[in-house]
Design a protein around this ligand. Structure first.
Ligand SMILES: Nc1ncnc2c1ncn2[C@@H]1O[C@H](COP(=O)(O)OP(=O)(O)OP(=O)(O)O)[C@@H](O)[C@H]1O
Length: 253
């Protein structure tokens, strides 16, 4: 039996008179990669931040791993991993020192180098965050979500601004994390990414969930309406050309 690990019921969020989230309900199953998709301003980050206990809701109910958001936010904080603001990455510290610092804040003992190994940054252990490439920065940021050995991690647009290989490397990393049993909630503006990564996706528009299913089901439903792509699709696209020419492997970024 699949276990519901996050349950959101009739969630509303108002900023002044403006309703950013208009009564959404959904459940996330333990161990899945769940995507929140939607145009800019749809309410994705607001929804995530409420679940993460970082933002007040206006009304509705949220449970995370059986803990009620209103009654037990501290228990929720213990079982989730969130990407820390990069402003918290003290410029004088190297990656190992930063992980040791955060582990101390979480009151956890972890081997920083093991965590860096998992995200393929072993050889950057002594580097400063600011000296990393965009892809490496994102991998480090994902590593910081894992410091407290969470049951659920939240990734807000983790691949925005990355080149095609760096995005694929990050997809592999996210799949590895999920394979260890961690539930992943991700927002993205890339539909190819959602299709490759997500078990299920919710599409949010203007504060409402307008669709929620597996990527396959959503595509099948559209095709069932008689939809056809306007023109014959080539067997490869420009991204395939780019990857083919520049290589797929983890490079020195
Ligand atoms: N602190 C705030 N005060 C007032 N309005 C806000 C605040 N934060 C967000 N909003 C508004 O709420 C709406 C939803 O914002 P939110 O950041 O949740 O959207 P999003 O789906 O994450 O968008 P994006 O894809 O651009 O990140 C937007 O119209 C935004 O302008």
């Amino acid at each position: 039996m699949s276990k519901v690990i996050i349950s959101v019921k009739d969630l509303f969020k108002k900023y002044g008179q403006f309703e950013a989230v208009k009564g959404i309900s959904f459940e996330v199953i333990e161990g899945e990669i769940f995507g929140l998709l939607g145009p800019n301003g749809a309410g994705k980050s607001t929804t995530l931040e409420i679940i993460e206990t970082l933002r007040e809701k206006t009304s509705g109910e949220v449970w995370v791993n059986g803990f009620n958001l209103d009654k037990d936010p501290n228990s929720i904080k213990q079982v989730i991993g969130v990407q820390l603001q990069t402003s918290g990455f003290y410029p004088g510290l190297n990656l190992v020192e930063l992980i040791d610092l955060f582990a101390g804040l979480y009151n956890r003992k972890i081997v920083a180098r093991d965590l860096l190994k998992m995200v393929n940054l072993e050889d950057k252990a002594k580097s400063k965050f600011k000296d990393l490439s965009g892809g490496q920065k994102q991998r480090f940021s994902i590593a910081t979500t894992l410091i407290n050995d969470p049951k659920i991690i939240f990734l807000d647009e983790p691949t925005t601004g990355l080149d095609p290989q760096a995005r694929r490397n990050l997809w592999d990393l996210i799949k590895t994390i999920r394979a260890k049993g961690t539930t992943v909630i991700i927002t993205t503006h890339y539909m190819d990414e959602a299709e490759v990564l997500c078990d299920r996706i919710a599409i949010i528009d203007s504060g409402n969930i307008i669709a929620l299913a597996t990527p396959d089901k959503l595509i099948d439903d559209l095709v069932a309406t008689g939809f056809e792509r306007p023109k014959e699709v080539k067997k490869a696209n420009l991204e395939d050309v780019f990857i083919h020419l520049t290589g797929h492997n983890l490079r020195e970024e």
